[in-house]
Each structure stands twice: as C-alpha cells, then as structure tokens.
Ligand binder design. Structure first.
Ligand SMILES: O=P(O)(O)OC[C@H]1O[C@H](O)[C@H](O)[C@@H](O)[C@@H]1O
Length: 528
C-alpha cells in the first residue's frame, strides 16, 4: 500500500474517544473490508451475548455464575437493587477506611500511623494491584506497598527482611477470592509468624479480602482481624481490579479509586456501542481475530512506551490467556483456543528481542501503547530541539514503521497520560475485548478448568511426600528409591518420590541421600 492509501486507511479506521482523549489505530492490521463484513454476524451475536451478560445472565455456564465486573463501576446496571446497594456501600466503606488509615484515626497499636502494606495474593488477587501500583503510585505515597505473590520462602524472606524495622507499622492485606488458595495461605502464616516474632498481635494488622464464608474469612473472623472487605461470587479473579481486590490496596496508596472507576465506566459505555467501527473493544477483537485466524496463531506482544505501564503485559497475560486458553468451545468441541501474550516496554525491548520481531519468525502481532504526555513539566533538550521524550516517541513510530515494512502487523493504543482514569479505561477496554473475542470463537471466557489439574497434581505430590517420609521413618536401614516406592504402595510414582526426597535432602529436612547423584537408581535414602 502506498503512503497516500495508508494515510487514508489510517484515517478511515482511527477511533477516538473524546472524553478519555483515547485513540485506537488498527490500520496496520492487514484485514480488508471483506473480512470485516464476514465477521459482522458474529459480532452481532457477541454484542447480544454481552448485553445479556450485563443484565445478569449466567454467562459462566459451567460454574453457574453471573459475570458482573461491569456493575462494579456502574452499580445501577446490577440486576437487583440489593447488589447495587452492596457495591455502592462497599466502595464507600473502602474510601472511609483508607481515609482513617491516612489520618491515623485507625493506627497500629505501637505507632501513630501505618507506613507500609504487605499485600499477599496470587493471580487475579495480585496482578491487578501490582499493575496499578506500578502505574499510578506517586513518589511519596501515604503507604508503601510490598507484594508477596508466591509460596517462595526466599521471596517471602526478602520482603520481611526489608520491612523488619517497620513491621510494627505495616498493614497486611490477605487477598484471595476463594480464600482457599495455598500460596496466600502459606504466605499469611509466614508473615503472621514474623509478627509474633516481634511480639506484635497479627490480628491488629491484618485485613481479609475474600468471599464471605471462605476459609480465609473464617480465620479472619475467628482471630478478630482489623478489617474485612467482601469479594463477590460474580466477579472473576482476573477481572477483579475494580472490586475490593484492587480498590483497597489502591485507596490505601492514595490512588484516586473514584477516577479509576469513572475511567472504566466511560470505557464500558464506549464498548457497549453495537457498531464495530465505533467500538474500540470490538476493533481490538476484530484485529486479534484477523491476526491469528481466530485460532490464536499469532502471539500478542504488548509494548507500552512508558515505564509505569511495564506490568500491563503481565496483567494482560492472565486476563487474556486464562480467559481464552480453552480446550473446548461452548458446544463441547475440542478447539484448543487461546492467544499468547508477552511484552515488557519500549524502547527497552528494542534492545532485546525486537530483532526477532523485525526479521525472525513472524508469529506475532504487536500492540504499541503510546502515552502522549512525556512528563510533568518541561524537558531538557538532549540535542537542539529534541528531548528524551521525542526520542521515545520516535522509537515507537520507527519500530512500528520498520515492522510494517516487513509485513509485521501492529495495533497502536494512545492515551493522553497515565492517570487513574486512563488506567481504569485500559483495564475496561481489554476486559471487554476479551469478552467479545471469546464470543467470536465461542469459548467460555469466565472459567479456568485447566488450572485445577495442576492444583490437584500438586496436592497429590504433597500427599506422596507424607507417605515416603513415613516409610523412611519406619526403617532403620537406608532404602533405595524402588524400595521406598514399593513400600509406599506407589511404584508408579518413583520419579516423583526421587524429586521429593532430593528436595528434602537439599533443605536439611532430615533426609540423607547417598550414592551416585548422577544415577538416581543407585541412591540410598535414610532419616539422619
Ligand atoms: O483469589 P484466589 O481465589 O486466591 O485465586 C487466585 C488465582 O487462583 C487460580 O489459580 C485461578 O486460576 C486464578 O484465576 C485466580 O486469580
């Protein structure tokens, strides 16, 4: 396409939202009008599905759940007045609580103010809060946040060591929708021990964010924790940033949650328009469908040219891949759907893997995220008439152009600045785009059956560890792996038993391992 035709195409497809100052450019995705026409009936269905979902239909059929994240920023949409009221009063409760923490009206037993937050949670109970903290926290927030999002003892130690002199003024958020996920449970117990180690009463620092009645909620209630904020059954973990999961940590850090909700609501309004060309989420879904033939054949590389948006691709990884990565479609056919997402930031990544994107295997499409405002205040001219921000902007355009010349497609999302409204809008945009795309390819975007398999297998391994240890404890003499497996009645699990015992040995857990380490079958194990 020559320059004039490309400029025409750019203008034909450019979407602009005045209220948000938001632009979307899909002109560098190679679809034509025929493709657009062909998908129109599927989009009509997607718009209809979305309207039903917003009205409270059971949009997650396997789990028999409503899907209500859109109500969080527009409570009047909720299907009953009770739900509307619950959403409104919980937002108020969060704002009042954050205010009391900031003023010191609620303070730790031995200090006038809380200074820090440890936020414990994983998946949807961590990625949104991490992204939002990185994007929006100011230089001197009222409370500094630290995340524990794993069951990694060394990772937990790192956070606790860093905070050892401020633990007495550190709030602990324990976030888990289900309240039964092992990683946050383990981290909570480890953190609790650190508090006891300093003679601090953990309950006076701990806040539970979970579904009422969950295991976590029961622990919090019985121990009399400082506060509880409910998570709703009808909000999925990966779309929970605008529920207490995201709003509590954001409000505590002094981030304007009202603005975040407003930005999301405004984007929701824009993405409710049943007209693909005038609906930015539908345009994204169209572009994704084109890029990967509706089969996820191309990966989505997300490159925000702004450091504060670094974690957006990681946030989107869960939103997109857990929602779309499905074995079966809604009719039960095996489809193995999904779209892989990765990326960090530009221009940094231009000095890492963009070489492959330009010249190597063409198995991706790019999403550039451009932020118009370089910084607050004026900029140094690093060369006459040129600032660092001009360079960043030039790098984005240059990469977009160089990729296009090599038939690598890209989308460009442009926002005026990174602020609570635009971040709320970005989250809402992608939530809706994922919902539309799921309708186009006929998958349930709101369940995650595959995750269960790994969880069950892990539970079985921990059970096997107990069996193997009781076999060893009952024996005087060293045993081979074969003997341990057979005595445990688990001969088929010999490899797992080996890995379990090697791990226990490496951690000084009382397991002696002797023999040729390069030949597991030669090893003898005993309790030392
Ligand atoms: O918030 P939780 O219930 O602890 O769940 C945390 C995460 O766990 C699971 O693995 C799910 O697949 C995720 O969707 C969820 O966000």
């Amino acid at each position: 396409m020559d320059a004039t035709a490309l400029w025409q195409r750019y203008q034909k497809w450019l979407y602009f939202h005045e209220g948000l100052g938001f632009y979307l450019d899909v002109s560098r995705m190679g679809f034509d009008d025929d493709f657009f026409e062909k998908l129109q009936p599927s989009f009509d269905q997607a718009f209809a599905d979305m309207a039903e979902l917003e009205k409270g239909a059971i949009a997650n059929p396997d789990e028999e759940r409503m899907v209500g994240h859109y109500w969080l920023r527009n409570p009047d949409l909720a299907p009953t007045p009770e739900v509307t009221q619950e959403i409104v009063s919980n937002i108020e409760k969060i704002e009042v609580f954050a205010e009391k923490i900031h003023t010191g009206a609620i303070h730790p037993p031995k200090a006038p103010r809380f200074t820090d937050i440890i936020s414990i949670g994983i998946g949807g109970s961590a990625l949104g809060p991490q992204f939002v903290a990185q994007a929006l926290v100011t230089d001197y927030p009222p409370l500094a946040i630290h995340f524990i999002d794993n069951s990694d003892p060394a990772g937990i130690d790192r956070v606790l060591t860093h905070l050892r002199n401020r633990l007495s003024s550190t709030l602990v958020l324990v976030i888990s929708k289900s309240g039964g996920t092992p990683e946050p449970r383990n981290a909570m117990l480890e953190v609790k021990k650190a508090y006891s180690g300093q003679n601090l009463d953990f309950a006076q620092y701990a806040i539970a964010i979970t579904m009422p009645g969950s295991k976590l909620s029961q622990v919090g209630e019985s121990e009399g924790w400082l506060a509880h904020f409910p998570m709703y059954d009808w909000v999925g973990g990966r779309t929970s940033e605008m529920s207490a999961v995201g709003l509590v940590p954001a409000a505590l850090q002094g981030i304007d949650i009202g603005q975040m909700l407003d930005g999301a609501k405004e984007m929701d309004d824009a993405t409710r328009v049943p007209d693909v060309k005038n609906n930015p989420a539908a345009l994204l879904a169209l572009a994704w469908h084109y890029a990967g033939n509706g089969r996820g054949e191309k990966d989505m590389v997300v490159l925000p040219y702004k450091d504060s948006l670094l974690l957006f691709s990681r946030y989107l990884q869960q939103l997109v891949m857990e929602s779309l990565g499905k074995e079966k479609d809604l009719d039960g056919n095996i489809v193995h759907q999904g779209i892989a997402v990765y990326g960090n930031k530009g221009s940094t990544d231009q000095h890492a893997y963009v070489q492959q994107l330009r010249d190597g295997v063409a198995n991706f499409f790019l999403t550039f995220i451009e932020v118009l405002e370089d910084r607050k205040g004026s900029s140094l001219e690093v060369e006459p008439g040129t600032t660092s921000g001009d360079y960043l902007s030039g790098f984005l355009q240059g990469t977009r152009k160089a990729l296009y010349e090599n038939q690598r497609d890209s989308i460009t999302v442009t926002i005026p600045q990174v602020n609570p409204r635009t971040v709320g809008a970005l989250i809402a945009l992608y939530e809706r785009a994922v919902g539309f795309y799921a309708s186009l390819v006929n998958v349930n975007a709101y369940h995650q059956p595959g995750v269960e398999a790994g969880k069950k297998a892990a539970a079985a391994i921990l059970e096997l560890q107990k069996q193997a240890m009781s076999v060893l404890q009952a024996e005087e003499n060293p045993l081979s792996l074969e003997e341990i497996a057979s005595k445990a009645g688990a001969s088929e699990d010999i490899e797992s038993i080996y890995i379990i015992l090697r791990h226990l040995h490496a951690n000084g857990r009382g397991v002696v391992m002797e023999g040729n380490f390069a030949q597991p079958s030669s090893l003898k194990f005993s309790i030392g």
